[in-house]
Write a protein that binds this ligand. Sequence first.
Ligand SMILES: Nc1nc2c(ncn2[C@@H]2O[C@H](COP(=O)(O)OP(=O)(O)OP(=O)(O)O)[C@@H](O)[C@H]2O)c(=O)[nH]1
Ligand SMILES: [Mg+2]
Length: 449
Amino acid sequence: MNSTIVAPMTPSGVSAIAAIRVSGKAVRSILSEALLNTDPKPRHAYYGDFRHLQTKKILDSLLYIFFEAKHSYTGEDVLELYPHGNPLIVKGIIQSLTHLDSLRLANPGEFTQRAFLNGKLDLVQAESVADVIHSNTLEAIHNAQRLLKGTLSSTIQELAESIKNMSMRLELDVDFVEEEVDPDPHSWKPTLLQIQRHLDRLIQEFQSAESTNRLPLVVVYGKPNAGKSSLINALIQEDRLLVSDRPGTTRDFVEVRLLLEGGEIRLIDTAGIATEVADDLDALSMQKSLEILKEADLKVCLIDGAKTQDITDDIQAAKKEKAFPIVSKADLLEKNNDSILHSQSLSFVSTKQDTESYIHQLKSKWNKILFPAKENQEDFWVTSERQKTSLIAAQKGIEKTLDLIETNPAVELLAFEMQLVRQELLAITGQISSEDILQSIFSRFCVGK
Ligand SMILES: Nc1nc2c(ncn2[C@@H]2O[C@H](COP(=O)(O)OP(=O)(O)OP(=O)(O)O)[C@@H](O)[C@H]2O)c(=O)[nH]1
Ligand SMILES: [Mg+2]
């Protein structure tokens, strides 16, 4: 922990402003030598020139903030620099600093690791920092923020504490058999059952960060010429996909990204599926459409509203497929199928008229389906496999303890089992942790965090 570490906090590339973080003992000497500030006021934004430590040339005029040890993210002296976002400047500053003997580039997650080691965050909170950064849905971000605030940590602390209160009495009994301490393990059953229920709920509600961050897949399918590619162009507000009045324009399926209110989705345009196949290529295109359709979280069936014949059968077929039916070309609908225009259970779209309002309604309907709001906003769920493994081990330990109580055990056995449960719980928040565990947790972070 002796070396001072440095890393860019922003991704490489050109931007208005970049950010660099330095943490460790060398911060004050950097302030005095590179920024000529010998008496920095903590948490105060300064504007100054950064001098290359070796050449003494000014690399940039920039904003910087000093955070004093104990009251910083890592718990050490921290310097944050906000140079212009030119990669040459960022590289120059970092190179100039890493020339110092006591300074090196930070490993991924090393700032957060130091925050943990210095008691600024517990392990659950440290892990949730990575979740806050990498979550793909608003719901997952809110959850990560709840974990970062310590919601899970305090629950775990309470459970560990009540185990301790019980096992302390047992340990007393083990150590002072002669004295008159008479624990009655049977009377702890209600508390143990309550802990068990709590652990059960946490395990049941576990959702791995990987699974919550998987982008939902929406596949748009329908007959040739229904207006699928036009709809996707309208959704992404780009003229990206080829559109023509010739049926069979789209051959391969094409994937784009779309940001809805609750998160990002993958949206796929497919080749039209016709009842008759014109040639081999046509058959192959349709085959591909059907294959990708199987993977969809939401199948969207586009039904051609310009058709002069009745489209009620097409709508029924889509509903049978459990697809989300949309009638396209609503601008032509009145002339043809105006009886269905006022149907409440259908969605409509036109890429030629009132497009903005149709698209807005569609996006909001899809958002409700793909990112349903959680009933209880205060709820949180565990996202780390490591935490889940410990929860399961703790739960098994409680089960065993309850069994032991029934079979009238030796007090030593009960004390031992309850101690194991407590250790598993404390491993979650990192009050008991091994070097290996820490290594595997922080190596998943990005550099600079
Ligand atoms: N009037 C009207 N025409 C539309 C609308 N949307 C699409 N079209 C026209 O319908 C034709 C087919 O549109 P595409 O978006 O290529 O249809 P597609 O479903 O992707 O067709 P394939 O890729 O061949 O299966 C084009 O001539 C479009 O201009 C609409 O909302 N209103
Ligand atoms: Mg198309």
